[in-house]
Ligand binder design. Structure first.
Ligand SMILES: CCC[C@H]1O[C@@H](n2cnc3c(N)ncnc32)[C@H](O)[C@@H]1O
Length: 469
């Protein structure tokens, strides 16, 4: 039995996509203004920042109603997939649908696209006017990809690292990287039939004090793995850390490094865009304070020249936002994006130094990943995680070393308290040490894990740096 046949058999709705050509034919009926890749290409050419929320509820009609509210305020639409579907637990998703019907409200934290199937999801994509993307967190996303793409979604988030390490405990990288090569190959097949589907590695990872160089390394690896399979529209992403100069530098470095590595590997016929995720850590409960965090994220995304910003809502501290709250986050973000649109962040020495630092750090890590894989990027990635060369702070995955410990410096930038086995050059390690020591002396306390804990809680307590009381 072919792999594809096996994938389609894992749930009855797999029958809906038996003939790949049917999905291609359907995608050819979608007007170009609803193609996600095209919208990003145009925005990037124009140098504007598009806005996109996260959103997903259990039942189809409610999800359509939700997206109709949001599409008034955003440029690009999501469909967030529920947690059961992300773990291929379609039976549990079916129970969640039933419970939602009985309760008259969503009992799932996203739309169970696999359970709903192609006909229903085509009704969804046809009901909306803006490009739609599937956002999820699925280590084995093969069936979800088959059904989503045949249903008219034109962008697919995730990757074999970014949807495993932060989202799963016991899924091996060998398996998730291989399953994501299937997803990328499927999108490569759509590309060969003239349908351009956008791919967006999940930049923020655990969203907890991730040093820019580490998330950039993962984004570039997943971009290369996608290019290898024929994907040609790639959005690399980054989660805001809250330091203005580090965030502006991170977006600049991410774009430039992605081009460097994609060209180095022989690709030049791709479209690249960047996405900036508004603060992914803990939020203040007070809605006015939450709007401040949201607006700060929008301001920096715009000034940094990100192609897209993923917005938050004033309900972030509580859970899934109502449509109204989600729309408020979009409106606050749009206001700010409009106000910063004509004032890109000016070139300055602090940003330039941070760009150079991030570039050196990314190169040190990726050089080792490529060396370990001896030219095979997927294999190098598996070995790099085993060796702790790639190491994602606070990730649940058993295959992640969890040795590298981040902490903020005295100005709020993310630095390294403990490098673990991440192969940074000695002079850079010394620089991180000095950054952290300077904060320790100002705070008159030793550099310690307590600082890390204080930083994790800082934003929800209306600060950026977790200073002692
Ligand atoms: C990247 C995942 C974390 C972020 O994703 C948001 N999120 C998750 N599920 C939904 C949903 N069903 N609707 C709207 N936002 C959602 C959370 O709030 C958080 O910001």
């Amino acid at each position: 039995m072919s792999e594809r046949h096996g994938v389609l058999e894992t749930w009855p709705t797999g029958k809906d996509v038996t003939h790949f050509e049917d999905g291609v034919k359907y995608q050819q009926t979608i007007p170009e203004n609803k193609n996600f890749a095209r919208a990003l290409r145009i925005a990037d050419e124009q140098g504007i920042t598009l806005s996109q929320p996260r959103a997903g509820v259990a039942l189809l009609d409610e999800h359509i109603a939700l997206l109709k509210v949001l599409e008034q305020e955003c440029d690009l639409l999501p469909t967030t997939i529920d947690a059961y579907t992300r773990l291929n637990r379609y039976e549990d998703a079916a129970v969640g649908i039933q419970k939602s019907l009985e309760a008259g409200t969503s009992k799932l934290n996203g739309l169970p696209v696999v359970n709903h199937g192609v006909a229903a999801c085509r009704h969804l994509t046809e009901s909306l006017q803006k490009p739609l993307q599937v956002r999820h967190g699925t280590p084995d996303a093969r069936l979800l990809a088959e059904i989503s793409l045949a249903s008219g979604f034109t962008s697919y988030e995730g990757g074999g690292i970014s949807y495993n390490i932060p989202y799963a405990k016991r899924v091996t990288l060998e398996k998730s990287l291989r399953d994501w090569q299937y997803c990328d190959r499927l999108i490569g097949l759509y590309e060969e039939h003239g349908i351009r589907i956008n791919r967006e590695p999940f930049g923020p990872l655990t969203g907890t004090l991730i040093p820019p160089f580490m998330s950039h390394a993962v984004a570039i690896i997943e971009g290369l793995l996608a290019l290898e399979q024929g994907v040609r529209s790639i959005t690399v992403g980054y989660g805001q850390v809250g330091s203005l100069t580090q965030d502006v530098a991170a977006v600049k470095a991410l774009r430039e490094l992605s081009h460097d590595y994609f060209h180095q590997q022989g690709y030049d016929d791709y479209e690249l865009s960047t996405v900036f995720h508004q603060w992914m850590g803990g939020f203040p409960e007070d809605e006015a304070k939450a709007f401040s965090v949201i607006a700060w994220g929008a301001a920096v995304a715009g000034m940094a020249g990100a192609t897209k910003v993923i917005t938050k809502s004033p309900h972030e501290a509580f859970g899934i936002p109502t449509a109204a709250a989600n729309a408020q986050g979009l409106k606050a973000s749009r206001q700010m994006l409009n106000m910063v649109r004509d004032q890109p962040f000016p070139a300055c020495r602090a940003v330039d130094l941070e760009v150079e630092l991030i570039k050196r750090e990314v190169r040190a890590v990726l050089d080792r990943v490529f060396a370990l894989g001896n030219g095979d990027i997927a294999r190098g990635t598996v070995l790099a995680f085993e060796a702790g060369v790639l190491d994602i702070p606070f990730a649940p995955a058993a295959c992640n070393a969890g040795k590298m410990t981040p902490v903020r410096d005295n100005a709020g930038a993310i630095r390294i308290l403990e490098p673990g086995a991440v192969p940074l050059p000695d002079d850079i390690l010394a620089m991180h040490h000095d950054f952290v020591a300077a904060r320790a002396s100002v705070e008159r306390r030793p550099a310690s894990f307590q600082m890390v804990v204080d930083d994790i809680n800082a934003v929800s307590h209306s600060k950026l740096i977790g200073r002692p009381e």
